[in-house]
Design a protein around this ligand. Structure first.
Ligand SMILES: [Zn+2]
Length: 349
């Protein structure tokens, strides 16, 4: 059997190494037998990660469509994004999609579960009078995660901290984790204090909350991509509390990015896309907010992988790799043009 060989600067460590691919695994020890060199020079990093993706949903109806999912998944693979966390999907992801060797690895969380006291929800959410039971069931049925809401409308009731705490305690008891949508000061505070693991959107975080989150190894996903394109339009709207809320929330994303990282919170790159998300653009938004470029890449690569329980470039790890010519820690845009993508040990590009 011929094994593939790559040589280059391996990230994040920065050492020049030889990597061989045996089946779907990588090794630093040269195997016996034939070897084909498929990459030499440049930089080799673990596959990219979109930690907040909702691929497979129609933008107008929000209906789940397996064909849309499969198409977006393959686009992700083509650009080197090889791991997706999906915190919200209308229907269970069919096994055929999970087992698609050309699709990224998945961390699913089940439907968008909402405490039934929240008001003005749209069709997206699954209301439940027993959030705890529903969250535990979804964490067990998916990949250890469930998804819920700390809040919805900025001027309506928020999910009580006690409700979120009961959910978190029960999900943690089955070794699961909770991701919560948080776009208000009250909802964000309740979610952090209740024990939510991953704060999604992460508006209006404060330094004291970042310390709480850092102390327990928590994460934030600022999802800049979902908001930044709306700012100019919202600025043209009449003054009022909704406008103040939105602009204040987007303004606060700097806290959820730079201050969070400095406090020791894991920052995750997430596009919040219904289709194929542009992870490199999200890295750009994180860097533009002031995150050092290497940390911005880490948020979409090695740091996200570690947080989600996936290996980087290590002996015996799955061979999910991206190779680029320029150093993405200096120029993240270099990730737009991978010279090689390996998924499960097979060239995807
Ligand atoms: Zn989302």
């Amino acid at each position: 059997m011929t094994s593939l060989h790559l040589r280059g600067t391996v990230l994040p460590d920065g050492d020049v190494r030889d990597i061989w691919v045996l089946g779907d695994r990588l090794t630093f020890q040269r195997p016996s037998g034939d070897v084909t060199t498929v990459h030499e020079g440049g930089f080799i990093l673990p596959g990219l990660v979109d930690s907040h993706a909702h691929l497979g949903h129609h933008a107008d109806t929000m209906a789940f469509d397996p064909e849309l999912f499969a198409a977006a998944a393959r686009q992700y693979t083509g650009d080197g994004t090889l791991l997706l966390r999906v915190p919200g999907h209308r229907e269970p992801i069919p096994a055929s999609l999970r087992e698609d060797a050309a699709a990224p690895r998945l961390v699913t969380a089940g439907p968008w579960l909402a405490w039934d006291g929240l008001e003005d929800l749209d069709d997206l959410q699954t209301r439940t009078s027993d959030l705890t039971a529903a969250g535990v069931a979804q964490a067990l049925a998916n990949d250890g995660w469930c998804k819920t809401y700390g809040d919805w409308e900025f001027d309506r009731v928020k999910t009580p901290e006690s409700v979120l705490r009961e959910l978190c305690d029960a999900v943690h008891a089955v070794n699961g984790r909770v991701a919560a949508h948080c776009q208000t000061a009250e909802g964000t505070r309740a979610a952090v204090l209740a024990g939510v693991d991953s704060i999604e959107h992460a508006w209006f975080l404060t330094p004291d909350l970042l310390d709480v989150l850092a102390a327990r190894g928590g994460a934030v996903t600022p999802t800049w991509t979902g908001f930044i394109g709306h700012v100019d339009n919202v600025r043209t709207k009449p003054e009022g509390p909704r406008k103040d809320w939105f602009l204040g929330g987007v303004e606060s994303l700097r806290t959820a990015t730079v201050d969070a990282w400095e406090a020791g919170v894991t920052v995750l790159a997430g596009t919040d896309s219904l289709g194929h998300g542009d992870v490199v653009a999200e890295i750009g938004h994180l860097a533009a907010a002031g995150l050092p470029p290497a940390a911005a890449v880490g948020a979409a690569c090695w740091d996200a992988r570690r947080y989600l329980g996936f290996q980087g470039i290590e002996e015996g790890a799955p061979a999910d790799l991206v190779a680029v010519t320029a150093d993405p820690r200096v120029t993240p845009e270099a990730l737009r043009h991978p010279s090689l993508v390996l998924l499960r040990g097979r060239p995807a590009k």
